[in-house]
Design a protein. Structure first.
Length: 175
């Protein structure tokens, strides 16, 4: 049986990496920028292994059902937050964490020497956490919130090299 905190940790590990890189590594230890990459890669490797474990449990035919938690009550309506874990979710967790892990490993060499190394890894951590949030969303409100975070982090990554006119132009929204 899979515990709820184990599934939440798949999402929370990249989110914690984003917070640590953004709030601690980048402002205080920017000269040791490679640490930000190693933090995210470690968090994603753990998330990937947990995702594989979840997939192996679900492939045996076990069902996983978690109760939703009430987040906001508006009169008689309540908005809940929870996890949806089924076989499709398990496969997508492995795909998202696996592909993201491979991209981060590749990026260690590709981004080497870039002055914005920490910022890149912070954006990638946010993007990965958002994608995992989309995969595990239990309701439309959660899905919408995480989808918007995917959009914000995509915008940040598209305009990452904002010093270049082509990247800055690509990140502008045209009406």
């Amino acid at each position: 049986m899979i515990s709820e905190w184990l599934v939440w940790s798949v999402f929370l590990l990249p989110l914690v990496a984003f917070l640590v890189i953004s709030l601690i590594v980048r402002p205080l230890f920017n000269k040791f920028a490679v640490v930000s990459g190693l933090i995210l890669i470690t968090c994603l490797a753990i998330s990937f292994l947990i995702s594989v474990y979840i997939l192996s449990i679900l492939s045996r035919g076990d069902n996983v059902v978690f109760e939703a938690h009430d987040w906001l009550a508006l009169g008689s309506a309540t908005i809940s937050v929870g996890l949806l874990v089924d076989s499709v979710t398990a496969v997508m967790l492995v795909v998202v964490t696996g592909v993201s892990l491979l991209v981060q490993i590749y990026s260690l060499g590709y981004m080497k020497g870039d002055p914005s190394f920490c910022r890149y890894y912070a954006y990638m951590a946010l993007f990965t956490a958002s994608m995992i949030g989309v995969v595990i969303a239990v309701n439309i409100v959660q899905l919408y919130a995480f989808w918007e975070l995917v959009g914000v982090s995509s915008y940040l990554l598209i305009g990452f090299w904002h010093e270049r006119s082509s990247a800055a132009a690509a990140a502008k929204k045209r009406l």
